[in-house]
Design a protein around this ligand. Sequence first.
Ligand SMILES: Cc1ncc(COP(=O)(O)O)c(C=O)c1O
Length: 428
Amino acid sequence: MYRLQRTLATAANTLSTTAAATAAARTRCVPAASAVAAPRTIAPRAAHFASAASSPASLQNDISAKNLHITPTSSPKQMSPLKDLVFGREFSDHMLTVAWDAQSGWAAPEIQPYGPLHLDPSCTVFHYGMECFEGMKAYKDAKGNVRLFRPDMNMTRLARSCSRLALPQFNKQELVECIKKFVKTEQRWIPQEKGYSLYLRPTVIGTQPTLGVGPSSKALLFVIASPVGPYFKTGFTAVSLLAQSSYVRAWPGGTGDAKVGGNYAPTIMPQVNANARGFQQVLWLYGANDELTEVGTMNCFVFWTNEKGQKELVTPPLDGTILPGVTRDSILQLTRGWGEFQVSERKIYMKEVLAASEQGRLHEMFGAGTACIVSPIKQVHYKGKDIVVPLDPKDPKGQAGPLTKRLNETILGIQYGEIPHEWSVVVD
Ligand SMILES: Cc1ncc(COP(=O)(O)O)c(C=O)c1O
């Protein structure tokens, strides 16, 4: 408990802010062997936030898994029965934390009992949305091995999100190693049943306790974990969308391609309004020609016969307004590998979807993301019209088309190690 309070107090700058005091605090909290480890240099940071550091990069420590210290909880919790698991409601016994400050860089990573953060109310995270995060999962395969799915991609995206917020960079591979140790510590929280997993939420916040708008000289990286069940517990349930052009999720030059908390809060009111009108999700449009961008918090895919008469799977391009989804990338790579139809990243306009629907060329639409892998779409409400999206042509009660189902099965198979693939990383 002392360790928890010490780390968080350091992160919140409630201890002395001098470099000497910070270094002394860090020396107290790491094992003797690692306390004398040579400082590591951090990667050069983007010019636009170089001013965040007031010490030369060569004097700063980077994240290092070998310095990780574990303080086990003295009161392990009981996990709810699988049938009662609700996404993001309960959390495992521990959390991973790594504090950073501009003087000395990253402190020693710690795995410690899950608990509240002790933060100064003036911290930058509370005032200017200095927060970014990731969503990834740990899985248990039939043999009991713990697996991660493409963790390198989550780390790359987290580093990009940090860069966009002038938060510090870090050694991505070392953070993956820390997350592997964290996941091993929490492995009793990963249900063995297929479809279940441990959702991981790596997060970085600005913790400098001052109100000036500027780069944060202090930050805290933490990872918390929540056991989750299958997104669709009783098979797929296709969703209906309200195509939204009055409110915009992201725009060129904004932060749509970063996973920053500030992208999400403004989407909640339009989402609540869509729900009140009987739609499950918002289809976010952009621009005078109503380009499709994302579905709720998922990337968007359309499978159709295009105007040239070719079968094509199409998704909006990574033009800065779209989050570069791990699932999106996996779907593009898999389907390109299959070579059965054209696969395109290009702008999609609502008038094209309308025309395809009217001409019987629209085959399937789905959202894609870590939470659900794929989420079939059955209807899009757009400017007073209902576009009905076909689901299973062989089963009038079916809730997903053949391509949507095949992608789900393939990615699920890789995640649980049933289909050997380099994307599934065994944690040993
Ligand atoms: C806005 C948005 N788009 C897309 C995605 C899908 O990304 P991923 O496949 O990496 O989960 C997410 C989820 O993280 C998201 O929040």
